[in-house]
Design a protein around this ligand. Structure first.
Ligand SMILES: [Zn+2]
Ligand SMILES: [Zn+2]
Length: 321
């Protein structure tokens, strides 16, 4: 009974953590820490998850130590650069429409036109998770995008250090563009802040290499048991899972609604774990961050800039005396 309750702690902890961060963020607005370290809450969440992974380690965990620099580089690039770069590129285009047709920067001039705060939090959450679900599903279906997103699927262990491992364009499509579209509607910034923190917390939790069992909460939240099936090398033989399963980031709601929810159980009703984590077509994990950045898998001609083998005459020339 107690062990079962322990499993539920992280699930219930995250909305509270989200609230606490939003509160801290409000207090620290414009303060030294917020200025010096603008994404501090992302790193606090990562630290909480890494600590959890140490105590409650997934029993089939595979070491990722050899790719730790790739993980760190990717995490830094996605956190500090990708959002800013894509925002600078697409926000002017998005703002152009309300500015031209309505004479203001946002679709709704006043956020209270969109309903009470709690309703806006739910609306923002549903919008971003719906966007994330369909873009992610499309990335598994479209050949070119699958090559980019496939880098994320090449990891051989699902753990929080590789939650942000991917090609930046793939990452931006799934996690940044929805937020940019949302930001021109005119929702209350507090609703956006809270909903995205909840999203971030559960998204990171789904990627933790922890042994927590979700039980009935798996039917609401995308916990680690569920997300590991998204990363399985082999899914159950079912036409619904032809292009993958469990595309949701923080919730399993859309997967259940659109028929892509996969959580195999044994005869006792215990959730089964996938036999192995990795790319379904066998692509090995890519340790070279630059190869992932330039999407060498999608553009194989770039390969020659990386694996430069010594030319034959170079390799066999005996230096002159
Ligand atoms: Zn995927
Ligand atoms: Zn993942």
């Amino acid at each position: 009974m107690l062990a079962k309750l322990r499993n539920y702690v992280p699930y219930l902890m995250f909305p509270l953590l989200g609230l606490a961060f939003e509160g801290f963020g409000y207090v620290m607005k414009g303060g030294v820490v917020a200025k010096a370290f603008p994404y501090w809450h992302s790193f606090v969440v990562l630290f909480v998850m890494i600590t959890m992974e140490r105590f409650w380690t997934y029993r089939r965990a595979v070491s990722q130590r050899h790719v730790i620099w790739r993980d760190l580089t990717s995490t830094m690039v996605q956190t500090f650069l990708v959002g800013g770069i894509f925002g600078a590129m697409f926000l002017p285009i998005l703002h152009y429409f309300p500015e031209t047709f309505l004479g203001r920067r946002l679709l709704f001039g006043l956020s209270n036109q969109l309903g009470p705060l709690w309703m806006q939090i739910i609306a923002v959450f549903l919008f971003t998770s719906f966007w994330g679900y369909w873009v992610h599903r499309f990335e598994h279906y479209n050949n070119f995008l699958w090559k980019l997103h496939g880098y994320h699927h090449s990891v051989t262990n699902v753990q929080v250090s590789n939650v942000l491992v991917s090609n930046p364009l793939d990452y931006a499509l799934r996690n940044v563009m929805g937020g940019l579209v949302l930001s021109i509607i005119g929702f209350n910034p507090v609703a956006i802040g809270l909903a995205s923190l909840i999203d971030l917390n559960y998204g990171n939790f789904s990627h933790s290499g922890t042994s927590f069992k979700g039980g009935w909460l798996n039917y609401i939240f995308n916990g680690p048991e569920v997300h590991r099936w998204h990363h399985a090398t082999k899914l159950p033989d079912d036409p619904r899972f032809r292009y993958g399963a469990n595309f949701g980031v923080s919730t399993t709601f859309w997967d259940q609604l659109f028929g892509t929810f996969c959580l195999p159980k044994d005869e006792k009703g215990e959730v089964l774990a996938p036999a192995a984590i990795g790319h379904p077509e066998g692509y090995p994990d890519e340790p070279n961050y630059l190869k992932m950045l330039f999407a060498v898998r999608a553009f194989p001609s770039l390969e020659r800039f990386f694996d430069r083998k010594p030319k034959e005459d170079e390799a066999f020339t005996v230096p002159a005396e």
